[in-house]
Ligand binder design. Structure first.
Ligand code: ASP
Length: 334
């Protein structure tokens, strides 16, 4: 008898012995326990080289260590970052395509009437990553030299000043809204698919001012390529000591932190989401990740908040908070 003819008989015997119910119960577990047996893709909803991309690339590098597979970063940029979540919500729920997104996950429902995904219902929430402060910056030759001068100058010249952002609901948009509301002037906004290209235009003088995350602005500020007026934290940052807080510059309550979370499509099996959450937690402890993020002013969520349940809870409360704020600031939403 050839080897080939033995195989089917042996297999049938095993199957009969186990019974159908046992097989049905066993096969998905067997398939899932191998996760990941190929590279995982982390989708970034904004352009390469920008603040979210910077967090994603450091995180991906750290997560590879515990997953034992490459974590490939893929940029799927759009203004407001709404295209990537729509794609992930429709992706196969097998853990191989995950999303990193920021506060924009909670603002989009209030800003887009026809949003094609529901942030709470269409995803498995894998855990919170970190919080990143923002900085108010301008092109290097902008006339104002401090926050008070900036406010006076922008108020008086609002008709000719452009404010760059990464689209409706992006952190730069929200922070820009806060600034416009503080000076009570609406500015012309220029929308990009991420603040990386906006930064290039700002440095080149094609646009005037922007509010952007320290993960994108720290090196530009230190290098003198942009002017910095304020940081959106209650205290100055160690890494950007020279930049005053908004309150020091006369803008009380101008505080803003951009939080990031990881998402998988709804229906991703629990053992896979568990592995991804464990890998995220391991990455948040990783020395290289911590060092790189600390240099850029980002701060990890505390361990007690690194669970999927805490992620979901924060997202829900942010959706309701921003829903109210956006409704009030509606006159400035472009
Ligand atoms: N985080 C976005 C980016 O990566 C920009 C923004 O939210 O303003 O470009």
């Amino acid at each position: 008898m050839s080897k080939n003819s033995i195989r089917p008989i042996a297999r049938r015997t095993v199957l009969q012995g186990m019974g159908l119910a046992a097989l049905v119960a066993l096969s998905p577990v067997a398939a899932q326990s191998n996760f990941p047996d190929k590279p995982v893709t982390m989708v970034v909803p904004f352009t390469a080289g920008g603040p979210t991309d910077t967090v994603a690339r450091s995180l991906a590098q750290a997560m590879e260590k515990s997953l034992g597979q490459p974590v490939v970063v893929e940029n799927k940029p759009s203004a407001g970052g709404i295209v990537a979540p729509a794609e992930i919500a429709r992706s196969k729920p097998d853990g191989y395509r995950i999303l990193i997104h920021h506060i924009g996950m909670s603002t989009a429902p209030a800003l887009y009437r026809k949003l094609s995904y529901k942030p709470l219902e269409d995803f498995e929430h894998l855990g919170l990553v970190n919080g990143v402060p923002m900085t108010l910056i301008a092109r290097p030759d902008f006339p104002a030299n401090n926050l008070a001068e900036l406010m006076t100058y922008v108020k008086a010249n609002s008709h000719k000043i452009n404010l760059a952002n990464a689209g409706l609901g992006a952190a730069s948009h929200l922070c820009g809204l806060m600034f416009q509301s503080a000076i009570n002037k609406a500015l012309t906004t220029v929308q990009y698919k991420g603040t990386a290209p906006a930064m290039t235009d700002l440095i080149g003088g094609q646009t005037d001012i922007m509010c952007d995350q320290t993960t994108n602005t720290t090196n530009q500020i230190k290098g003198g390529r942009v002017k910095a007026y304020a940081i959106t934290t209650p205290k100055r940052l160690e890494t950007l000591k020279e930049v005053p807080t908004a309150a020091e510059g006369g803008l009380k309550g101008f505080e803003f932190t951009v939080w990031h979370g990881l998402y998988a499509p709804k229906g991703t099996p629990a053992d896979i989401t568990g592995k991804l959450n464990n890998s995220l937690r391991a990455a948040l402890k990783d020395e290289g990740f911590r060092k790189r993020m600390a240099e850029l002013g980002a701060e990890n969520f505390p361990e007690s908040q690194q669970t999927p349940a805490e992620h979901r809870k924060l997202l829900a409360s942010e959706i309701s908070r921003w829903g109210k704020l956006i409704a009030t600031a509606g006159e400035f939403a472009d």
